[in-house]
Ligand binder design. Structure first.
Ligand code: ADP
Ligand code: MG
Length: 621
């Protein structure tokens, strides 16, 4: 992924030194940090070889909180100071529903001045921003130690359904941790980036994320290099934990004493069931032994245990597909995310529903962090692949198609980005109510010689004569190279808009080819442009005279009419056969010949208008 400062073709590219950037998956249960600093984007491991850091913080009496494994270990001894699942409280002002259940062991401050929920701990009141910030601080310091280097920037993932407040607070947490946030990206988008799906032309991607306590499903649409979340769904109280409890129930149905349910031994049983579940991801049958009870759990029975939960996830998938108006058959990829998708039974059911094997080659626990790490590499400008450009100048001119298949450049090449420019356009025909906006890229004069980036329509332009409507087309490129094009009819403020990534499918070689061909063809292009412009002008004149003749033919004598007609015929014949000089002179001639007709029409219509006014006035009086 190259940060390409576009210089003139042939000039050498500047080699930038590597920058240290990280991607963080800030999870409800576990958080991870990934970096490409070593050359390949990898999740950083702790001393025990694990990439997962529990998202748990302990605020004991000391000044520095304990974060991660250490905090999790003392959770049972110090429950009121040990905070987990804080992600569920980001962006909230009060506790609702299952959150209240999950946070019942904490004491919340009743006079929070910030409006945020604050948990009272031995180290003072802590709000979700502070707590998240402590998790991020820990991850960042782990990363710094790993490479003995300062962090330039960080990409953090958030659930696709996060609202603005939740995103803002995630950002604030990072700022509080002294991290430079390059961008927040959606978790499903990160997963798609990890699998390199962004290099496809377009596609519909389902991201199926089954964790411990939550299920999220998202539908992404990839078009012109931009991911868009079409719909999200899921269940905030459905996950692998439910399967653990169901295994416990199954054991009790098969003779294990139900008394366990009331005793402390139950949490031990749940932990045991969890281990069994993991074993069943690798084996067909597992022998069970808990206290003095023995049994066997095979694939078939395990499948029956899991089925009701899997069904609920599939139903949620069905709903989001319906919400985004996509048929199962239109899905191009399914990505598995979350620890629970390690289970082959779940993979099989997902495969059966979507009719294709889901993508599972990247560890479903790590895939989101890896995607965040890849995005961080791109945004900080490190080279990791040639087919991806991050540009701080606009490398090729961007413009729109105008009449005669000509290109009107709006943002010229080499304009530093971010950048925004607007230009006004008008209608070509009388009463034209739709304007088609075709966004193109390149240096040539004809649309057919440029890259077509996107097309959209502005509808609802009020009926006016040709040339009277004013449509403002605005091009805006943000710092990440994303182009937004909007068209607005100024009298009605009717607006249409599209987004596209102009760097999609470009690399240094392609850009060089495009520039070279524009130099080679500069002269012939100018000729073609001049010809096309002459043609458009001529056609517009012929059209307008024709429509004038339709209504006011009687203003002309027979001879005048025949002179005008033959001049029009002459020009029409030249239109697609003549040179630009011939067309221009015939246009001028026709213009001259039609002047008198135009003047007569003007008189007639002004006269009519005046009469109308006088009548109105009389009626009023
Ligand atoms: P969360 O997103 O909620 O933090 P994770 O994505 O880390 O959760 O997933 C945790 C869940 O994944 C737990 O229910 C755990 O039992 C389950 N899990 C982890 N490894 C396996 C495995 N090998 N087979 C089946 N389930 C697994
Ligand atoms: Mg998760």
């Amino acid at each position: 992924m190259a940060l390409l400062k576009i210089s003139e073709p042939g000039a050498s590219k500047t080699v930038k030194s590597r920058k240290f950037a990280i991607g963080i998956d800030l999870g409800t249960t576990n958080s991870l940090v990934a970096s490409g600093y070593s050359g390949e984007v990898e999740v950083l491991l702790d001393e025990t070889g694990s990439g997962l850091m529990p998202s748990v913080v302990n605020y004991g009496q000391g000044q520095i909180p304990l974060v991660g494994k250490l905090a999790k270990e003392i959770a049972t001894r110090d429950p009121k100071n040990t905070i987990s699942s804080i992600k569920r409280l980001l962006g909230r002002s009060k506790l609702e529903g299952i959150e209240a259940d999950q946070f019942q062991q904490y004491q919340f401050s009743s006079d929070s001045k910030t409006g945020l929920p604050e948990i009272i701990t031995d180290a003072g009141c802590k709000d979700p921003i502070q707590i998240s910030s402590d998790i991020l601080t820990q991850l960042a310091s782990q990363a710094r130690q790993n490479f003995d280097s300062e962090i330039e920037g960080v990409v953090i993932t958030v659930p696709a359904y996060f609202n603005d407040a939740q995103r803002q607070q995630t950002k604030q947490a990072a700022e509080l941790a002294n991290l430079n946030v390059l961008r927040l990206i959606n978790e499903p988008t990160a997963a798609a980036l990890a699998y390199g799906l962004d290099t496809q032309e377009e596609g519909k991607i389902v991201v199926y994320d089954l964790g411990g306590g939550t299920f999220d499903v998202s539908i992404l649409s990839l078009r012109r290099g931009v991911f868009e979340v079409l719909a999200t769904g899921g269940d905030t109280a459905l996950g692998g934990d439910d399967i653990d409890y169901a295994i416990c129930n199954w054991m009790m149905e098969h003779g294990l004493s139900k008394q366990l349910l009331e005793s402390k031994g139950y949490s031990e049983l749940v932990r045991y069931a969890n281990l069994i579940k993991h074993e069943l991801s690798d084996k067909d049958t597992v022998d069970l032994k808990f206290k003095d009870w023995c049994g066997t759990l095979n694939r078939e029975d395990f499948k029956k245990i899991c089925e009701p939960f899997i069904k609920r996830t599939i139903n949620a998938c069905r709903r989001v597909l319906r919400d985004s108006e996509i048929a199962v058959a239109d899905v191009d990829n399914v990505i598995m995310v979350g620890g629970s998708t390690r289970s082959p039974i779940i993979r099989e059911e997902v495969e059966r529903y979507f009719g294709m094997p889901p993508l599972t080659s990247i560890d479903p626990d790590l895939v989101v962090a890896v995607g965040a790490g890849i995005q961080a590499e791109v945004l900080v400008g490190n080279d990791t692949a040639d087919n991806f450009l991050l540009l701080d100048v606009n490398p090729l001119s961007l413009g729109i198609e105008t009449m005669g298949e000509l290109v009107e450049k709006i943002i010229p090449r080499n304009t530093p980005i971010p950048s925004a420019k607007a230009q006004d356009f008008t209608t070509f025909k009388d009463g034209q109510s739709v304007m088609s906006i075709h966004v193109v890229q390149g240096e040539r004069e004809l649309v057919s010689d440029c890259r077509s980036l996107a097309k959209f329509e502005l509808k609802g332009i009020p009926q006016m004569v040709a040339g009277a409507a004013k449509v403002r087309v605005t091009f805006q490129i943000d710092a990440d190279g994303l182009l937004s094009v909007s068209a607005e009819e100024l009298s009605t403020q009717q607006k249409a808009e599209i987004q596209v990534k102009p760097s999609f499918g470009l690399n240094a070689d392609v850009i060089e080819d495009i520039l070279e061909s524009s130099y080679e063809n500069a002269e012939s292009d100018m000729e073609i442009r001049s010809l096309k412009e002459a043609q458009v002008e001529a056609k517009q004149l012929v059209d307008s005279i024709n429509s004038a003749l339709e209504s006011d033919r009687e203003l002309l004598g027979v001879e005048q009419l025949s002179v005008l007609n033959s001049a029009m015929k002459h020009l029409s014949a030249l239109l697609y056969a003549g040179t630009s000089v011939e067309i221009r002179s015939a246009t001028e001639e026709l213009n001259r010949l039609s002047n008198e007709f135009a003047a007569k029409r003007m008189d007639l219509h002004i006269g009519k208008a005046l009469k109308g006014k006088i009548i109105d006035k009389m009626q009023e009086g």
